[in-house]
Design a protein around this ligand. Structure first.
Ligand code: PMP
Ligand code: GLN
Length: 378
């Protein structure tokens, strides 16, 4: 009866594992969201915004005040200038921004390169635009990108490359050298970059987030996408943004205005104010690094092997010393029998034999301690 546009798509692994965790009363380190409370000050800002009647449609592109705050934030972090009036759009989360950017530039038959394991919304968004997804596997040991292979893969149908740094699910970050290789390919081949930077403020140790905004050639040709959900512990508010050069943003807005028109008004009023305090994003890396270290210190003598995450709030654990089981069945068994839920990473790639599970450490300390104790006992 219905000719499905996405015949191979089923319910996302995040929903599957969170539902399973709920059903079996498991600690949920699967879906990436904080289990702790949002800052009371931010909560009061949104209450005030509602009380003060910011309850009707916001401007299509987002409130000017939040675009100004975001423009300043990006300038402080990356030294890049994005004009609030025609280079910034506030979106209903990063997912909508990614979908919108793809719809804006991909024509039927166009190829879009991205790297696997990849966040799950890229491929269907490309397909719904009539484009051809072209996944390139990263090395599954260190999640490095082979830029020679990328160069060989670019064809006369390639229009865009999607990157994601800090990376979900591996927790790695792209280096300056990676960005320079990317920039050369994008500029030489006249491509567009869609840079998913939702974990931009969550980087650890001596690592530094390399934003496409910091590279002149890339900045010209990139949609850079962020999520306030990750930075301010408000994933449920589904608010994010896209910044891009004026020519790219013009096309982005043509799609945005018919997809959502505008996004939640009181949230934008609250965030416009909250973004003015750099402490909130400057301290985020240290905040999550302490959680990563707590979790990993407890797993030091466990059977799991790991390299500490460089960024994001995800830690991969290699369980090959414990079992040969497929990661999906091991993740489900751990949830049902051991009461700890994680994400099997094979669902984000074609290689289904990685023996790695992804654990989200954006959780309360006592949950992390309890979870690590369960894992240590395996
Ligand atoms: N990109 C990546 C890499 C993500 O991990 C996520 C989800 N957390 C998103 C995009 C979507 O973010 P949002 O919830 O703001 O839509
Ligand atoms: N980005 C979150 C994760 O990687 C989940 C978002 C979602 O559930 N779609 O876990």
């Amino acid at each position: 009866m219905i000719n499905s546009k996405l015949p191979h798509v089923s319910t996302t692994i995040f929903t599957v594992m969170s539902d399973l965790a709920r059903e079996h009363g498991a600690i949920n380190l699967s879906q990436g969201f904080p289990s702790f409370s949002t800052d009371d000050h931010l909560k009061s800002l949104i209450k005030n915004a509602i009380t003060n009647d910011h309850n009707q449609y916001a401007p299509m592109q987002g409130l000017l005040s939040i675009r100004v705050s975001l423009s300043n934030l990006i300038h402080n972090c990356y030294g890049a200038i994005y004009r609030p009036d025609d280079e910034i759009c506030i979106t209903a989360g990063a997912t909508q921004a990614i979908f919108t950017a793809i719809q804006a530039i991909v024509h039927p038959g166009d190829e879009v390169i991205y790297f696997t394991p990849a966040y799950d919304c890229y491929e269907p968004a490309i397909q719904l635009a009539g484009g051809i997804p072209v996944p390139i596997s990263m090395d599954v040991q260190n999640f490095a990108i082979d830029w020679d292979l990328v160069k060989q893969t670019i064809s006369n149908k390639t229009v865009a490359i999607i990157i994601n740094t800090p990376h979900n699910p591996s927790g790695t970050v792209m280096s300056k050298e990676d960005m320079l290789c990317l920039q050369k390919l994008v500029v030489d081949h006249g491509l567009i970059c869609i840079s998913d930077e939702v974990y931009e403020h969550i980087v650890f140790d001596d690592n530094k987030h390399m934003s496409a905004a910091s590279f002149e050639g890339l900045k010209e040709r990139s949609f850079i996408i962020g999520s306030f959900g990750k930075t301010y512990h408000i994933t449920g508010w589904k608010t994010g943004y896209c910044v891009a050069s004026k020519v790219l943003m013009k096309e982005f807005l043509k799609v945005h205005q018919y997809l959502v028109f505008c996004v939640n008004h009181p949230i934008q009023v609250a965030l416009a104010e909250y973004l003015k305090t750099p402490k909130h994003y400057l301290e985020l890396g240290a905040f999550y690094q302490r959680k990563r270290d707590l979790f990993l210190s407890l797993l030091k003598d466990s059977m799991f092997k790991f390299s500490p995450a460089q960024g994001s709030y995800f830690q991969l654990l290699d369980y090959s010393s414990i079992t040969n089981e497929h990661d999906v069945s091991f993740a489900k068994r751990l949830t049902i029998e051991n009461k700890i839920a994680s994400i099997p990473i094979s669902v984000f790639m074609s290689n289904d034999n990685t023996k790695k599970l992804r654990f989200c450490f954006a959780k309360k300390d006592d949950e992390l301690i309890q979870a690590a104790n369960i894992l240590k006992a395996l």
